[in-house]
Design a protein around this ligand. Structure first.
Ligand code: PMP
Length: 419
């Protein structure tokens, strides 16, 4: 996490004015939105960027020899430049627009995997993974006969680095892991794990779906081969997301989907492919969403990701102190220190199922996530079928957390009465 700008405290109350959802009335209250790890709220700048395309210069991209067509192409490709700068990619050709992180991982598994993975090859994953970084590899393993291996976690949700070293000694083809756990908030040592994988001859895919929103991601500093994220968790629209990969890798990979845009020359029985990144963008892209994502990363870059990180570290520390003090018996998951985790706090109450907790909190206009958070194997490891999760973004406040603690106390009173 490089630091270019001086750290300054981020003012979430001022930023909330940029998010129209806070103007909505929820029974006399604003919404305490504590589910940003599922999807983030959208600032006006993003909504206006999407509306601007739809209202003033709707056109397909890379085709129109007319004013709006050229404007649409410039905005779409401009958004690619913005995303490239935001991730510190060497060039914008390394950014492939996709619908979301899930699609990006499936793209890599289907294309790079098809060419490079053979029966008996090993793919190393972790016990922390979101299903999005598990199922595509299961499918690839079923198709190819490759073998999946898993880095175990300790009781605080940290990856067992000694076990990882032992797995690397088996010369895997690929290591694919999350930079930040969506269920526990654990931050994994991406740079060190990537260097170790490369030393063992493996390529590395980093699932940055929970890292891009919460910390400064520098793909060159990480040194990985593939990095994926979803725009909708980074204040951007649904339907936006990106795969970053080194140009040489993208060039060597076969196409993902076939159709318009991704071709250079087509004959009835054969075709040649467009340059990267367009080789991987078959069909009309989600132009509006990509333009919205460009506006989102501009918005975050203006705040400064170092400031976002500090803000969320502060909220996490506050939550980790507040909840055990105010909510008797609460069980917290993940690392104890806020320094080791992103803005995600996961818990259970002894008296109530997480779904009941979330349902009762909703009556107080407090939105949290309950369930397995698309990490069923991790929940099996934790010995809990479901947990409750509060997660933050730039607009989250300590007041949201105070409301959460008070809400959890009243859940406990409801269950004490019914016991
Ligand atoms: N990986 C992680 C770590 C995630 O948190 C998520 C979203 N919860 C995904 C992948 C998948 O993101 P999407 O559903 O936007 O493709």
């Amino acid at each position: 996490m490089g630091s270019m700008t001086a750290l300054r405290p981020l003012d979430p109350v001022a930023l909330r004015r940029d998010f129209p959802l806070f103007e909505r009335d929820f029974g006399g209250r604003t919404l305490a939105y504590l589910d940003s790890a599922a999807t983030s709220l959208k600032p006006r700048a993003v909504i206006e960027a999407v509306d601007g395309y739809n209202a003033r210069y709707t056109a397909n991209v890379h085709r129109g020899i007319y004013t709006t067509g050229e404007e649409a192409t410039a905005a779409y490709e401009g958004a690619r430049e913005k995303v490239a700068r935001f991730l510190n990619a060497a060039e914008s050709a390394e950014i492939v627009f996709v619908r979301n992180a899930t699609e990006a991982i499936n793209l890599v598994a289907a294309t790079w995997g098809q060419v490079n993975v053979r029966a008996g090859d090993r793919i190393v994953l972790t016990e922390l993974e979101h299903h999005a970084n598990l199922i595509p590899w299961q499918l690839l393993a079923q198709r190819t006969g490759a073998v999946l291996e898993f880095i175990p976690i300790d009781d605080e949700g940290r990856l067992d680095q000694a076990a990882y070293a032992a797995l690397l000694a088996t010369a895997p083809r690929l290591v694919a892991f999350t930079a930040v756990s969506n269920a526990l908030g654990t931050i994994d040592p991406v740079r060190e794990m990537t260097a170790a994988a490369h030393a063992a001859g493996a390529l590395v895919l980093v699932d940055a779906a929970q890292a891009v929103p919460h910390a400064f991601v520098d793909v060159q500093a990480w040194g990985a081969d593939f990095v994926v994220f979803s725009g909708h968790k980074v204040l951007g629209p649904t339907g936006s997301g990106a795969l970053w990969a080194r140009r040489a890798l993208l060039e060597a990979m076969p196409p993902f989907m076939g159709g318009g845009e991704m071709i250079r020359e087509v004959r009835l029985r054969s075709a040649t492919w467009n340059d990267v990144p367009w080789k991987f963008e078959a069909g009309t892209p989600d132009v509006a969403a990509a333009i919205g994502l460009g506006a989102a990363v501009d918005y975050l870059a203006a705040i400064g990701m170092e400031n976002v990180r500090e803000h969320e570290r502060g909220l996490t520390r506050y939550a980790l102190e507040l909840l055990p003090r105010e909510v008797p018996g609460i069980r917290l998951f993940g690392p104890r220190s806020a320094d080791e985790r992103a803005g995600i706090v996961t818990f259970t109450l002894p008296e109530a199922h997480p779904h009941d907790v979330a349902t009762l909190l909703d009556r107080d206009a407090i939105a949290i996530r309950a369930g397995h958070h698309c990490t069923q194997p991790l929940h099996e490891r934790l010995g809990e079928p479901a947990t409750a999760r509060a997660s933050f973004n730039v607009y989250s406040t300590t007041e949201d957390l105070d409301r959460l603690a008070a809400g959890l106390r009243s859940v406990q009173r409801v269950f004490a009465r019914s016991a």
